[in-house]
Write a protein that binds this ligand. Structure first.
Ligand SMILES: [Zn+2]
Length: 380
């Protein structure tokens, strides 16, 4: 039996991330016990460090890491829109360079505490196979493919985790209905970017007499990405149709499209997660994403406090676990010992609020260890 005790810890325990000051016992890869106070027997003293669930990055495009800062001097449609600079970079970069850049992005996720990401992979079946080949377990890569012609769809659905559309405007209503039905009946994800760019969103509504969000609801999307310009009513409709939203605040800001409606999402109780979007705009670092999201939220609502910070932390860690069927759970007895251990040093000393402090200030360099099924996979 392999047994390890972590003592003097601040544990964000269970589904509610309840703060428990005490110790945690790991036995054969499973969390055997969490208790307040001091344990019997030999323990690793965390000196007030934090134990929290690992991050899930719910939206990435990792292969465009080959063209970092490509957005400079260009608008969002010019960078990532149809035939945008990004696609030119993907087509013109040699495979070895794409592989090198992507592996570095995946590695960066792992060392910054992310154990799963959901990628919208461009370039059809070839693009999907490319990312599958270089994915780096234990980081789980959930890959949603993109098709350019109808003949690709069945093979894409067979090999991928689903379809991730660049936009609803790129396809006719008939095509959307067909591919959505094909993906969902195959038990795969069907997801799309929506309401990222305000002008495009208005143009869509004018042409189709329905908003992008309402079209996504009609198609029974598994989740939608961005919703930057979503209204309160649309968030309520997404909620009642059980469709989660993935917000990407840093990418939205760097591409100049706006700030996601975080305060409204909290007010309506809509289910939301976070994603870091294109690596060409920002690193897939979830500490930075939630820290920036916190600033955006406070800009929208200065009454946001401890509870709201906890909600952001949960959206970045626990909330997406069920949708993506990930093999770990909250930090609680009986669960696999898969969690982050953060050292309480410099930036995390003298916090008057644990949740807001972690969301606002914790950084990847606070990671002391990443545990995966009881094994330490990252250690500093
Ligand atoms: Zn995206």
């Amino acid at each position: 039996m392999v047994r390890r005790i972590l003592s003097n810890a601040v544990i964000l325990m269970g589904k509610e991330l309840e703060i428990t000051r005490g110790y945690l016992v790991i036995e054969d890869g499973v969390i055997k016990e969490i208790s307040e106070g001091t344990p019997h027997g030999r323990a690793v003293n965390l000196n007030g460090g934090f134990v929290m669930p690992p991050f899930v990055n719910a939206h990435t495009h990792v292969v465009d890491s080959v063209a970092k800062e490509l957005y400079l001097g260009s608008s969002q449609p010019q960078v990532v829109g149809p035939h945008g600079l990004k696609f030119h970079a993907l087509e013109s970069s040699p495979p070895s360079q794409l592989a090198q850049a992507t592996k570095a992005a995946l590695q960066d996720m792992l060392i910054t505490g992310t154990l799963a990401h959901c990628d919208f992979r461009e370039e059809g079946i070839e693009g999907l196979n490319f990312l599958r080949r270089i994915s780096q377990p234990p980081l789980t890569s959930i890959i949603l493919g993109r098709f350019s012609k109808a003949e690709e769809i069945s093979e894409l659905l067979l090999k991928s985790d689903g379809l991730g559309l660049p936009s609803l405007a790129a396809f006719s209503e008939e095509t959307l209905e067909e591919v959505a039905a094909a993906a969902l009946s195959a038990g795969k994800f069907f997801a799309t970017h929506v309401a990222e760019n305000a002008d495009e969103m208005l143009a869509f509504k004018k042409r189709r007499h329905r908003s992008e969000v309402d079209q996504a609801i009609k198609l029974k999307c598994s989740f939608v990405v961005h919703a930057t310009h979503c209204t309160k009513e649309e968030l309520l409709r997404l909620k009642s149709n059980k469709i989660p939203v993935v917000f990407c605040p840093r990418s939205n800001s760097l591409l100049g499209v706006g700030v996601p409606p975080l305060a409204l999402a909290l007010e309506t109780g809509a289910e939301f997660y976070f994603g870091t979007d294109n690596v060409l705009t920002c690193q897939p670092n979830m500490f930075e994403e939630i820290s920036f999201a916190w600033k955006c939220l406070r800009l929208q609502d200065t009454s946001a406090g401890s509870e709201e910070a906890k909600s952001l932390l949960s959206a970045a860690t626990l909330k997406p676990l069920e949708l993506f069927k990930l093999p770990w759970g909250p930090v609680e007895e009986g669960q696999r010992a898969t969690f982050l251990v953060l050292a309480r040093k410099n930036n995390l000393l003298h916090l008057t609020d644990v949740y807001a402090g972690l969301v606002n200030r914790a950084r990847a360099d606070n990671i002391r260890e990443v545990y995966y099924n009881g094994k330490i996979i990252i250690s500093r």
